[in-house]
Design a protein around this ligand. Structure first.
Ligand code: ATP
Ligand code: MG
Length: 169
C-alpha cells in the first residue's frame, strides 16, 4: 500500500487547498529553501496522527495552521492506493483547540486509525519515516542497538517480545 494523493488545506505554508499526487515509483520533491518541502512531510505525519507537535517542527499544534489568513482550521487528507482515505483537521478556538479524525469520511478515534495503520505496517515510532538526523544516529549506534532496529523493521522484534512473554509464563 502506498500514498496516492495528499490534499492540504491551510496547513503551514499551504494557505490554499493543494493537491499533490504521488505517481507509481519513486517521488522526489525539490525546491528552494523554505519553499515547503519539509512541510509536506509534516502534513503526512500530522494526518497519520503519528507524531507530536515537536516532531512536526511546531511548538504547539495550532502553529500548524497557516499564519497568513484568519481561518481557524488546518486540514490534511491522505488517499492510499487501496482507496482508503484518512483525514485530520485541527480547529483553533479562543482558548483551546479541537482535533478531528476521519477514516473514509467517518469520524474515528485515534486508536481506530492507529489500528488501521498498524495493519499496514505503519506504527508510531517506527521507521516508515526517516527524519533528518536519523541516519547519523543509526550510524553512530552500537552493533546490538542497530540489530534491534533491523529486527523491528523485519517484523522479528514483535515475535521476540511474544516469545519472552511465553517463556516467563
Ligand atoms: P529547506 O530546503 O530549507 O529544508 P523546505 O522546503 O523544507 O526548506 P519548509 O521547512 O517545508 O521548507 O518550509 C518552511 C516555510 O514554511 C517557512 O517559510 C515558514 O515560514 C513556513 N511556515 C511554517 N509554518 C507556517 C505557518 N503556520 N503559516 C505559514 N507559513 C508557515
Ligand atoms: Mg526542509
Amino acid at each position: 500500500m502506498h500514498i496516492t494523493q495528499l490534499e492540504i488545506d491551510n496547513f503551514k505554508s499551504f494557505g490554499r487547498k493543494t493537491k499533490i499526487p504521488f505517481l507509481p515509483g519513486f517521488t522526489v520533491i525539490s525546491g528552494p529553501n523554505g519553499s515547503g518541502k519539509s512541510n509536506i512531510i509534516d502534513c503526512i505525519l500530522f494526518a497519520l496522527a503519528l507524531s507530536s507537535s515537536r516532531h512536526l517542527r511546531a511548538e504547539r499544534l495550532t502553529d500548524l495552521i497557516n499564519l497568513n489568513n484568519d481561518r481557524n482550521t488546518a486540514e490534511v487528507e491522505i488517499t492510499f492506493s487501496d482507496g482508503t482515505v484518512i483525514r485530520r483537521r485541527i480547529k483553533r478556538t479562543e482558548n483551546t483547540y479541537y482535533n478531528y479524525l476521519y477514516l473514509n469520511g467517518r469520524p474515528c478515534r485515534q486508536g481506530e486509525l492507529l489500528e488501521f495503520l498498524a495493519g499496514h505496517g505503519i506504527v508510531p515510532h517506527g521507521y516508515n519515516v526517516v527524519m533528518q538526523g536519523d541516519i547519523n544516529r543509526i550510524i553512530e549506534m552500537s552493533d546490538s542497538e542497530r540489530r534491534k532496529i533491523i529486527d523491528e523493521i523485519a517484523g522479528v522484534a514483535e515475535f521476540d517480545a511474544k516469545k519472552e512473554l511465553a517463556l516467563q509464563e
